[in-house]
Design a protein around this ligand. Structure first.
Ligand code: PLP
Length: 457
């Protein structure tokens, strides 16, 4: 079906936008003169702006449009559900058909230790839920002093009070009275930054050891849980060494601490497995998810609950006094069911593992030969370029961080004009394309990134 082509008055839209729309994470004073880019349409891996420019979306929107744009079967599923039952809540002894079916489908797709799902409207709400859930769990078990949740610096876990507190972004903690009490942060497993003089695997053990140091500093009987993204996304695509997560698991087991995977980005095939923990070799007690569960077509998030926590909450906990009007929203769940059907039927997760993921790696290794790039890494359908390395120097010798930031910002300035969206995060340029991106489209994206780097030289 070809969507009707509308024309837009870009300047008028930008003026309205500037007058009334307060955007997330945006410096409005800096944006005012040039105006926001108005995105009007999407198909496959491409977007179009209000002036008719075609852009290849290297970021899947915000790491979420895994099934690509223009999936009419999702819009039809949403339409049908809206006609049948647009809303009913799941509070007070009621449920609805898409929410029941989706909970069962998610448990079937998740690793075997999971039995239940709690639905939210977003990833931030999922992580807020996790904070209350793990503290409630230890209450039920008669250990209410287990309150502390350990996370990592530069992690991103959302923008709500608890989500942003779990996150370790200094810019976020500087505003709004964060973090909330009982959240501690350790270093991230960033080999390029902190692994000098060590093999990657040796560094993985050292970085996991920071968790044990923190547990001992806090007191093991006060620690409730550790949370981490299998591969840190918004913090700059930080791919941990293979030794890291198994060692984190060993430490959590040793001190009987709950292990939480924030799979808001890594879940639903991004790394070439259904969940990132499967690739990274650990077995979390809880998984927070969002984004790829509906490919972003309708907001939905949630927490997958392992049997250990589910048993306490369901059998011994009475009411869990927590929930959102839109927990188990039937329309969002209908969108998720159709989206998951697409991922399964089109074998998109296997494709990432065996075909497009390796192709993206090869394309990024090629980009690493550009004079502005020192190092490239990728995992499934996420990839990053380090802009700061000195050509020919060791991986750990950087030109100043400020220069990398400057390069990143310049690149960002050129991206839209060259028709590609990627993100500048600190000293890295990163992508997380839709899982449907073909080899030819990966090559096209990489060529546009190369041109963008060239213009920045
Ligand atoms: N967790 C991770 C790892 C994320 O990347 C994000 C969003 O980017 C969130 C949580 C928050 O999700 P949301 O923006 O849906 O609240």
């Amino acid at each position: 079906r070809t969507p009707k082509v509308e024309t837009f008055d870009t300047r008028a839209l930008q003026q309205l936008d500037s007058a009334h729309f307060l955007h997330p994470f945006t410096d409005h004073a800096a944006l005012r003169d040039k105006g926001a880019r108005v995105i009007v349409r999407g198909q496959g891996v491409y977007l179009w702006d209000s002036d008719g420019h075609q852009i290849i979306d290297g970021m899947s929107g915000l790491w979420c449009v895994n099934a690509g744009y223009g999936r009419t079967s999702i819009s039809e599923a949403v339409y049908r559900q809206m006609e049948t039952l647009p809303f009913y809540n799941s509070f007070f002894n009621t449920t609805n058909v898409p929410a029941v079916r989706l909970a069962a489908e998610l448990v079937a797709l998740a690793p075997p230790q999971f039995s239940h799902v709690f639905f939210t409207g977003s990833g931030s709400e999922a992580n807020d839920t996790v904070v209350r859930m793990v503290r409630r769990y230890w209450d039920i078990l008669g250990q209410p002093e287990r309150q502390v949740i350990i996370s990592r610096r530069n992690a991103y876990h959302g923008s709500t009070m608890a989500g942003a507190s779990l996150g370790g972004m200094p810019g976020m903690h500087a505003q709004g009275g964060l973090p909330i009490p009982g959240i501690r942060h350790i270093g991230q497993p960033n080999y390029l930054e902190a692994g000098q003089g060590m093999s990657e695997n040796a560094f993985g053990l050292v970085a996991a050891g920071w968790l044990e140091e923190e547990i001992l500093a806090v007191g093991p009987d006060k620690v409730a849980a550790f949370i981490g993204e299998p591969v840190q996304g918004a913090g700059g695509v930080v791919i941990p060494p293979a030794t890291y997560w198994p060692e984190v698991q060993r430490i959590c087991d040793k001190y009987d601490i709950l292990l939480i995977a924030d799979e808001v980005i890594c879940g639903f095939g991004r790394l070439g497995t259904w969940f990132g923990c499967e690739l990274m070799g650990f077995k979390p007690d809880l998984i927070s998810f969002a984004k790829g569960v509906t490919s972003g077509y309708v907001p939905l998030g949630g927490v997958l609950i392992g049997k250990r926590v589910a048993h306490a909450l369901l059998e011994k906990g009475g009411d869990f006094n927590h929930g959102f009007t839109y927990s188990g929203h039937p329309v969002a769940c209908a969108a998720a069911l159709e989206n998951l059907r697409i991922l399964v039927d089109e074998r998109l997760v296997e494709k990432v593992a065996l075909d497009t993921g390796p192709h993206l790696k090869a394309a990024f290794n090629e980009l690493a030969t550009h004079p502005l790039v020192g190092h490239a890494e990728s995992c499934g359908m996420v990839a990053g370029l380090n802009l700061v390395r000195v050509k020919g120097a060791s991986m750990h010798e950087c030109v100043p961080f400020e220069r990398a930031l400057q390069v990143g910002m310049l690149c960002r300035g050129h991206m839209f004009e060259l028709g590609v969206i990627m993100r500048a995060v600190g000293d890295r340029m990163i992508v997380a394309p839709p899982l449907v991106m073909t080899r030819a489209e990966i090559d096209e994206m990489a060529a546009r990134i190369w041109d963008c780097l060239d213009l920045t030289l």
